[in-house]
Ligand binder design. Structure first.
Ligand code: SF4
Length: 305
């Protein structure tokens, strides 16, 4: 039914960390065992307009993370493992419940460490699931994972966080981040094909949105990423979402250079380069949107029996 079987949790290689952890008895870098955990399932209005629409995106926030960035705004989940255990059947019910609540899509947030469970839940829900499925991830994926998602996912919403290996090592302990993410994003675009937006509403039905959040002191890294996108990705094959909302959460306080918000000048330099390159299909953020209220509260909403 799904290409990964549960033994993959016995010798876990679901993400580029390739921990080979036996998650039945311990955890890998992501902090997750073989039990499925999530912290929130609810309509969410703070995604890009073509995802949130007028009624909201049906988000499911999974616990743990394969990246665990030091500045993560959802650190209670990614670093502390906050969440509630769910069965596969319960997860399938949650997917259908979000659809019944009017969600424009089903939005799987930080899902990779639970891929086998999620694919099985999607297969259970599929006969009644009519809304697009969004894979909302950090971009740090194996090509095998993207291949496994073919036919299950309609929209990819990956981050593209760093070009520099030193930044990705320092903030996410992943010196191979750009190599993995660049290959994965190219495969996402090839798998999904042309963008499909619903006429009238502008809601995305199929496509790829690459998110990049500009970090303090790292505008040159952002510019390198934009140049790579321009030179290496198919034109019109994706939208860009350039985020200015960086807020120094969690362990970012231990890195003085990122213990602040970005300046208008930094963000504008990145936007200017995107425009200069002709990368103007997508979204740019108002600087004023760098507010903590964009982070949802995680109180197991939508997960109760
Ligand atoms: S999903 Fe977790 S345990 Fe598996 S390889 Fe990635 S970090 Fe390691």
């Amino acid at each position: 039914m799904y290409p990964f079987s549960y033994p993959s949790y016995q010798d876990c290689t679901l993400c580029p960390r390739m921990c080979h952890a036996d998650r039945r008895i311990s955890t890998g870098f992501c902090g997750c065992s073989a039990a499925l955990y999530a912290a929130r399932a609810a309509l969410h209005m703070w995604e890009e307009p073509c995802i949130s629409g007028s009624r909201g995106s049906g988000t499911v926030f999974f616990s743990g993370c394969t990246l665990r960035c030091c500045f993560c705004q959802n650190f209670q989940l990614s670093h502390h493992g906050l969440g509630k255990e769910l069965s596969i059947h319960k997860l399938a019910e949650i997917f259908l419940s979000l659809q019944e609540q009017g969600a424009h899509n089903l939005n799987l947030v930080t899902p990779t460490q639970f891929l086998p469970h999620i694919l099985e839940a999607l297969a259970l829900a599929r006969p009644r699931l009519t809304i697009p499925v969004v894979y909302n991830c950090g971009g740090y994926e194996r090509l095998e994972t993207i291949h496994a998602l073919k036919g299950y996912v309609d929209i990819y919403l990956p981050d593209l966080k760093y070009f520099s290996t030193s930044l990705s090592e320092k903030y996410s302990q992943a010196p191979d981040y750009f190599q993995a993410a660049s290959e994965a994003i190219l495969q996402m675009i090839q798998q999904i094909g042309p963008l499909v937006l619903e006429e009238g509403s502008g809601l995305m039905k199929r496509g790829v949105i690459i998110r990049h959040m500009v970090l303090p002191g790292a505008k040159e890294d952002s510019i390198q990423l934009l140049r790579w996108m321009k030179s290496s990705l198919p034109e019109n094959g994706y939208l860009i979402s350039l985020l200015s909302q960086y807020t120094p959460f969690y362990q970012s306080k231990t890195h003085r250079e990122i213990n602040r918000r970005i300046t208008t000048y930094e963000y504008q330099k990145v936007v200017d380069e995107a425009i200069r390159l002709g990368l103007n299909q997508g979204y740019m953020q108002e600087k004023s949107s760098a507010k903590e209220e964009y982070t949802p509260s995680f109180c197991y909403e939508g997960l109760d029996d």
